[in-house]
Design a protein around this ligand. Structure first.
Ligand code: ZN
Length: 92
């Protein structure tokens, strides 16, 4: 579980890298610049939901994300942190 600032532990960062290795099929080049220089973010980010409930944070429904950033052009891919197993799913 990320700390109270949302920072991933080194073990969680490794989990993200391992997960991407198993899920990302084919070339790992950026669709914008065609480089292969991705860096996993070290923080969990969120967006507010209008409907579905992934996690309740401070009374708000949010979906936690892990960002994967192209270090060449800044293009950012976003992955669901619950699906990756980084953040536990909210109890119904
Ligand atoms: Zn790029």
């Amino acid at each position: 579980m990320p700390d109270d600032q949302g920072r991933l532990t080194p073990a969680e960062q490794q989990l993200v890298s391992d997960w991407l290795e198993t899920k990302w099929v084919g070339e790992k080049c950026c669709p914008i610049c065609k480089m292969d220089k991705w860096n996993a973010g070290v923080f969990v980010s969120t967006e507010l939901n209008m409907g579905s409930t992934e996690v309740i944070l401070g009374g708000c429904s949010v979906t936690p994300h892990i960002q994967l950033v192209c270090s060449n052009c800044g293009n950012t891919l976003i992955f669901n942190a619950v699906l990756l197993g980084i953040v536990p799913k909210a109890e119904a």
